[in-house]
Design a protein around this ligand. Structure first.
Ligand code: 9MR
Length: 445
């Protein structure tokens, strides 16, 4: 039951990186896993995973060796997390979270509000009772996972298919057109460190639906509604729209990150090529921060019979896998920049280096810092950041902080002090005023 148009690949995409960004040369020693190769390009490579499959040894081997981000396929949805109104169950969501964090991966939260997979009690609500319940849901779930989630799909699939470019009818939409911005504001208040995304399908090119979303994002940015990223699900058939990359770029140009969030491609003669085309498009857009495939093996996929993933049912690498890895390893890409104030990645030598990317709004900011080991492994690190005058630190995650204004220092916590040679980890902090603009200093202990 695919809901996207199947178009043949009309022409190869022009892959010149039009956006500003550092052009990196290819490396002589090509990385041998998806995650490591994407990391060399400053991006993550993730998979949607299911708690029920974590006992499968082949599955977890592939998960922990190949992927650097996880998305719960169903475990953080409304029906899973709030089966009865006001009673929250996070057991399976936490299993996915802990699986990801213990592997040093990012965790994408999916999804706070959606017209589908609502618990029965929510389906039967309407009007202000539903609005209040929905915003409470966003607040409670985002608060539970506060500081742990890299990016939340705050709202999923709220736009209609077809040519209208308008909203999908749903019980949530009938509470008022402002339900989406209310959800984003509640999510920001509950977890200021998470990137907040809008996520949808059939947006894999410039079309009426993606333009409707583009118009909403532009309006949100103009009015200061907190939105940081747009997810392009990319459930693809036997072709990919020739405007795929241009579409990502036009969203990035609005000042949001873009992410490929649910990639899978029908098995067929074009499968490997389409995977490579999508991968290259992400690498060519500086603000495309990562790619997630919607499952690991073909037998794990929601698209029964389509064999749309990178590993076959036995866990063997398919041609599509090789094609993605080769595309990731190919030289020449733009370094992702999460905001115009991001500092370029420095070439690591021995010791460590750190880069910061900012999400800023009027009066505050959230900073995400990536700490990279150089040519030797790091066993403990300290990062020093100069805050501008008037800026005060209000929170830190995945690090210990010292000082709240002027020059502040951050040290590793127990689980992220050891970084293998060439590897990296992340921590973050938030504050009032303006965020730091200078490159932080990093010292390995
Ligand atoms: O892969 C998910 C499948 O296990 C569920 O049964 C289904 C229920 O709607 O949702 C699937 O995931 C969807 C995702 O949450 C949102 N985008 C479309 C995905 C595929 O249907």
């Amino acid at each position: 039951m695919l809901r996207h148009p199947r178009r043949l690949l009309a022409a190869a995409l022009a892959l010149s990186a039009g956006a500003a960004g550092l052009v990196l040369a290819g490396t002589a020693d090509a990385a041998t896993t998806l995650g490591a190769s994407a990391a060399e390009k400053g991006r993550y490579f993730g998979a949607a995973i299911a708690a029920g499959r974590l006992g499968d040894a082949t599955y977890t081997r592939l998960l922990t060796t190949e992927f650097t981000s996880v998305t719960p396929e169903n475990e953080m949805k409304w029906d899973a997390t709030e089966p009865q109104q006001g009673r929250f169950t996070f057991t399976n969501g936490d299993r996915i979270l802990n699986q990801g964090l213990s592997n040093g991966s990012k965790v994408r939260g999916h999804a706070l509000l959606w017209h589908a997979q609502q618990p029965g009690w929510a389906q039967s609500l309407s009007g202000s009772a539903l609005r209040t319940a929905a915003i409470n849901h966003v607040t409670q779930v985002a608060t539970h996972y506060r500081g742990k989630i890299y990016a939340w799909d705050v709202v999923n699939e709220a736009f209609a298919d077809g040519g209208s470019g308008g909203r999908r009818d749903s019980n949530l939409q009938r509470t008022g057109n402002d339900w989406i911005e209310a959800a984003f504001r509640a999510a920001r208040a509950a977890d200021p460190g998470a990137k907040l995304c809008y996520n949808d399908y059939n947006t894999d090119g410039i079309n009426a639906k993606s333009t409707g979303i583009y118009t909403m994002v532009r309006d949100f940015k103009a009015r200061g509604v907190p939105i940081d990223c747009v997810g392009f699900q990319s459930h693809l058939g036997t072709g990919v729209d020739s405007t795929y990359q241009a579409n990502l770029q036009r969203f990035a140009d609005l000042g949001v990150d873009v992410q490929i969030t649910e990639l899978d491609v029908a098995q067929g003669a074009n499968q490997a090529n389409i995977y490579a085309t999508v991968t290259r498009a992400c690498l060519a857009v500086a603000r495309c921060t990562g790619i997630t495939v919607w499952g690991i093996r073909d037998t794990d996929s929601w698209r029964t019979g389509d064999n749309p993933l990178l590993f076959d049912g036995s866990g063997n690498r398919k041609a599509a896998y090789t094609s993605v890895l080769n595309a990731l390893n190919a030289g020449g890409t733009t370094t992702p920049t999460s905001s115009p104030t991001s500092t370029p990645t420095s070439v690591p030598s021995a010791g460590c280096s750190a880069t910061v990317s900012l999400n800023s709004w009027n009066g505050g900011y959230v900073a995400t810092v990536r700490v990279r080991a150089g040519s030797s492994a790091v066993n403990g690190w300290t990062v020093t950041v100069a805050l501008p005058g008037g800026s005060a630190l209000t929170g830190v995650w995945s690090a210990t902080g010292s000082g709240t204004s002027g020059t502040v220092s951050f040290g590793n916590v127990a689980y992220n002090g050891q970084i293998p040679a060439g590897g990296s980890t992340e921590f973050g902090f938030q504050g009032t005023g303006s965020g730091p603009t200078a490159t932080p200093a990093c010292r390995a202990s």
